[in-house]
Design a protein around this ligand. Structure first.
Ligand code: ADP
Ligand code: ZN
Length: 714
C-alpha cells in the first residue's frame, strides 16, 4: 500500500475531496475495523467500500438486495477502473464459472452477491478459501423486522461473523430510526463498529409545496419548463398513475407508468427505459423505489400527500443523487389529508392507529407550517437545522406568503374555549359558521358568543384554520377514538392577542416553478455532451450515468476543457474514464467551441479555477486540520489540546467551517441550553458582535461560547 487514500480518490475516482464521513469510513476499513454507517441516499456510500477494496489485497464482498441493480453497479465500478463482478441467479452456468475462475485467480477487488447466496453451503466453501478483506452490506436495514423492507434472506448474514472471523464488516443503511440501527448491529454481530451517522440534510434538493387545484395541468406546466430532464411523479393509486401518465402521454410528454398492477416484464422495461434516458418521466406508485440507481433524477413530484415523512424523505431522496440541484414538489390539498384520515380511522389496532395519525400529522406539518421545510424534515429525524434560511425551500425563498390570520385563529380558539375543549374539528367549524345541527341544539351552542362569528366564510375555510392551528402546535388532538381539540401553551397568547398567528399562503402571482441554477454552464454544450453520453452508453449497453454524471457534464459545459489534462481536472473524471471516454467528449467541446466562438470567449474562464484544481494534500490548511478532528467527534477543548492551539483559535476555525457550508453539529461544541441562553441575549440586545454579549454575561460567558453560538445562528 504505497499510494495514499487521497491519491486513489483522485486518480481512480477523479474526485478532489472526500465527502463528510467517507474518509473516516475508509480509514476504519483499511484498519480492518467493522463499520456501521447511516447515510442518506446520494451520500456517496459506494466509494466508502470501493476505495478500500481497491487498496486492500483481499476481496471485498458486497451484499446487495436487488439483482436487477447488480449489473449496473458492476458496470459502474468497471467504468471507474475497478475489478468487479457479480454472482446471482440471473446468470448462466458458464458466466458463473467465469466469475469463480476470476475469484480463484485473485483477479477481483469487488464481488457483488445477493443475500441468499449466504444460505448456499457451496458458495460459503469457495469463499472460505479466498482472502476476504471485508464484507460490505448494502441496505442493511433489510435484516431488521422493525424496518420497512425486512427480507428474511438477510438473516443468513449473521453467519458472517462466525465463519469469517478475520474479515471486517461494513453495514450501510439510509434508514434513520434508532430501533432499527440497534437491531442491525445486534443481528450482524458487529464488533465495536466505527459508527457514523451523516446529516440527513440534502442541500441540493429544493423543497416546494403547491396547493393542488388541477393536478394534471399543474404537472404539465412544470414538465413543459423542463423538457429534457428526468423525473419521477408519485401518485397513490394505480388508477391515478394510469390516468396521469396517459394524460401526459397524450400531451406529448415521454412518460410511462409503473405500479404493481403491471406485469414484471412491463415494469422492468419501463424502469430500464427510464434508467437509460429513453423516456424522461415515470409516473409511479411507491412500488417504484429501491431499484432506482439513476443519479440524474432532476425532480421528484408528489401528486398526492404521502402518509408519513419517512416515505416522503425516501422518495424525494431519489432526486439529485449526483449532488446537482434537483426539485422536490408536493401538490397538497386538504382533501388528501381527509382521505388519509378516513383510512387511518379504519385501522383497528389502537396503537397502530395512533401511530399512523401522528405520522400523518407530522407530514401535514411540513406541508403547512410556517417554517422552513428543510428544518421541519430534519427535525423529524432528530436533527437540528441551525441556519435561519436554507435558501432552498419555498418558505425561505419567499415564494409563499406569510399572512396574518390572528383574527380567524381567535374565532376558532374562542369557540374551542367556550365549549370547554370537548369537541372535534367538525363541530367547532359548525359553531363558527353558525350551522344548525342537532348537536349544536343539543348542547345549546347556538347560545354561545362565538356562534356564527365566521358566517362570512365557508366551512372549508375554518377547517383550514383549524388545520393550521394544529400544524403549528397551537392545538393538539386528544388521544380518544374521536379526537377533540385541546389547547397547548401556544393557544392562549393568540387568543388574548399577545401573539400574532401567521399562516402560509401561496403567492397569487403565478411564479414559474422554481428552477435552481446548477451554476453557470452552457446549455447548448451540455445538450451535446448529454447526447454523446447517451450514444456511448447505448453502444456499451449501460445506463448513461455509468459513463459520466450530470455533475461532470455540467462542469465540462462550464469550463470548456479542450486538452486531456484539463478534462482530467473535472470532478468525476478519473484516469480510466479519461482513457475510455475522454477523446469523444473533448471532440465535442472543441467543435462546439469553434461553432460558438462568442459564447466560448464570453465564458472567459476556460480554465478550471484553482479551488477546483486537485489539491495535493492540504497539510498546511489549518482549518481543515481542525475539521478532521471535529469529524472524529472531538470537542473544542480536546482539539485545542491536540493541536496545541488556543480554544479561541479553534472556535474561529469552527465559525469558518460553518461559513464554508460544512454541516457541523453544534451540540458537539456547546450545550443546547447554553446556546439558547446566548441566542436569547443576541436577540434581546439586538447586536451581532461578541463583546456586548460577553459583557452582559458578567463574567459567566466566554468569547468562545459566544462565537460558537453566533456561528450556528446564521
Ligand atoms: P449512495 O449509494 O450513497 O446513494 P452513491 O455512492 O451512488 O450514493 O454516490 C452518489 C453520487 O455522488 C455519485 O454520482 C458519486 O459519483 C458521487 N460522489 C461520491 N463521492 C464523491 C466525492 N467524494 N466527491 C464528489 N462526488 C462524489
Ligand atoms: Zn428553508
Amino acid at each position: 500500500m504505497n499510494e495514499t487514500k487521497e491519491a486513489v480518490l483522485s486518480r481512480v475516482f477523479g474526485f478532489n475531496e472526500f465527502r463528510p464521513n467517507q474518509e473516516a469510513i475508509v480509514s476504519a476499513l483499511l484498519e480492518n475495523r467493522d463499520v456501521f454507517s447511516v447515510m442518506p441516499t446520494g451520500g456517496g456510500k459506494s466509494l466508502c467500500y470501493q476505495l478500500p477494496a481497491h487498496m486492500l489485497d483481499g476481496l471485498c464482498v458486497v451484499v446487495s438486495p436487488l439483482i436487477s441493480l447488480m449489473k449496473d453497479q458492476v458496470d459502474a465500478a468497471k467504468a471507474t477502473g475497478l475489478y468487479a463482478d457479480y454472482l446471482n441467479s440471473s446468470q448462466s452456468g458458464v458466466e458463473r464459472r467465469g466469475v469463480f475462475q476470476a475469484l480463484e485467480n485473485q483477479q477481483l477487488d469487488l464481488l457483488y452477491v445477493s443475500p441468499e447466496r449466504f444460505a448456499m453451503t457451496d458458495f460459503l466453501k469457495i469463499l472460505k478459501k479466498l482472502d476476504v478483506s471485508f464484507f460490505a452490506i448494502d441496505e442493511a436495514h433489510c435484516i431488521s423486522e422493525w424496518g420497512h423492507d425486512f427480507r428474511p434472506d438477510y438473516l443468513s448474514l449473521s453467519l458472517i461473523v462466525e465463519k469469517f472471523k478475520g474479515s471486517a464488516i461494513a453495514a450501510f443503511t439510509a434508514t434513520a430510526t434508532y430501533q432499527v440501527q440497534d437491531d442491525i448491529i445486534k443481528k450482524l454481530g458487529l464488533r465495536n463498529p466505527h459508527f457514523t451517522r451523516a446529516s440527513f440534510d440534502r442541500p441540493n434538493l429544493f423543497y416546494q409545496v403547491t396547493p393542488k387545484v388541477d393536478l394534471n395541468m399543474q404537472l404539465l406546466r412544470f414538465l413543459r419548463e423542463r423538457p429534457d430532464e428526468s423525473g419521477i411523479i408519485y401518485r397513490t393509486t394505480r388508477k391515478s398513475v394510469e390516468q396521469t401518465s396517459s394524460f401526459l402521454k397524450a400531451q406529448g410528454v415521454s412518460a410511462l407508468p409503473y405500479h404493481a398492477g403491471l406485469s414484471i416484464d412491463e415494469r422492468k422495461s419501463h424502469q430500464e427505459q427510464f434508467n437509460r434516458d429513453e423516456i424522461h418521466v415515470i409516473v409511479a406508485t411507491i412500488a417504484f423505489g429501491m431499484g432506482i440507481d439513476k443519479s440524474n433524477v432532476r425532480f421528484v413530484l408528489h401528486g398526492d400527500l404521502p402518509k408519513n415523512v419517512e416515505g416522503y424523505y425516501q422518495e424525494t431522496g431519489r432526486a439529485g443523487r449526483d449532488g446537482e440541484p434537483a426539485h422536490c414538489g408536493l401538490y397538497f390539498s386538504q382533501g388528501d389529508t381527509a382521505k388519509l384520515r378516513y383510512f387511518i380511522d379504519k385501522i383497528e389496532d389502537e396503537a397502530e392507529r395512533k401511530h399512523a395519525n401522528s405520522q400523518l400529522h407530522k407530514m401535514v406539518q411540513i406541508a403547512q407550517a410556517n417554517v422552513c421545510r428543510r428544518r421541519n424534515i430534519l427535525d423529524y429525524f432528530g436533527e437540528k437545522y441551525t441556519k435561519a434560511d436554507c435558501k432552498t425551500c419555498d418558505v425561505c425563498t419567499g415564494e409563499v406568503e406569510r399572512i396574518d390570520a390572528t383574527v380567524d385563529a381567535q374565532k376558532v380558539l374562542s369557540a374551542i374555549f367556550r365549549t370547554d375543549q370537548r369537541f372535534g374539528a367538525v363541530h367547532i367549524a359548525d359553531v363558527v359558521v353558525g350551522a344548525d345541527t342537532q348537536r349544536i341544539r343539543q348542547f345549546h351552542h347556538d347560545q354561545l358568543k362565538t356562534y356564527g362569528v365566521g358566517r362570512d366564510r365557508d366551512k372549508r375555510h375554518w377547517r383550514r384554520v383549524i388545520d393550521d392551528l394544529l400544524a403549528q402546535g397551537c392545538l393538539c388532538p386528544s388521544d380518544d377514538q374521536y379526537p377533540v381539540l385541546k389547547f397547548t401553551e401556544k393557544a392562549r397568547p393568540i387568543l388574548r392577542g399577545e401573539k400574532t398567528f401567521l399562516v402560509l399562503r401561496q403567492k397569487e402571482s403565478k411564479k414559474k416553478a422554481q428552477k435552481m441554477a446548477a451554476g453557470d454552464y452552457s446549455e447548448g454544450l451540455f445538450n451535446e455532451l448529454r447526447a454523446e453520453r447517451k450514444r456511448i452508453a447505448q453502444e456499451l449497453g449501460v445506463p448513461p450515468f455509468v459513463v459520466f454524471s450530470d455533475r461532470t457534464l455540467h462542469e465540462i459545459a462550464r469550463y470548456f476543457p479542450v486538452e486531456s489534462s484539463e478534462l482530467r481536472k473535472i470532478s468525476g473524471v478519473g484516469e480510466m474514464k479519461l482513457a475510455r471516454f475522454g477523446e469523444s467528449f473533448l471532440l465535442i467541446v472543441r467543435s462546439y467551441k469553434e461553432a460558438h466562438p462568442d459564447e466560448a470567449s464570453e465564458r472567459g474562464i476556460l480554465r478550471v479555477p484553482a479551488s477546483n484544481v486537485r489539491k495535493t494534500k492540504t497539510k498546511t490548511d489549518t482549518v481543515r486540520e481542525t475539521f478532521v478532528l471535529i469529524q472524529q467527534g472531538k470537542n473544542v477543548e480536546e482539539i485545542s489540546k491536540h493541536r496545541n492551539l488556543a480554544p479561541s483559535t479553534i472556535s474561529n476555525h469552527i465559525e469558518k467551517l460553518v461559513e464554508q457550508g460544512e454541516t457541523l453539529n453544534a451540540n458537539q461544541f456547546i450545550s443546547p441550553e447554553r446556546r439558547e441562553e446566548i441566542e436569547g441575549l443576541f436577540a434581546r440586545l439586538n447586536v451581532d458582535t461578541l463583546t456586548p454579549i460577553v459583557e452582559a454575561g458578567d463574567g459567566n460567558i466566554s468569547y468562545e461560547e459566544v462565537r460558537l453560538t453566533r456561528a450556528f445562528m446564521s
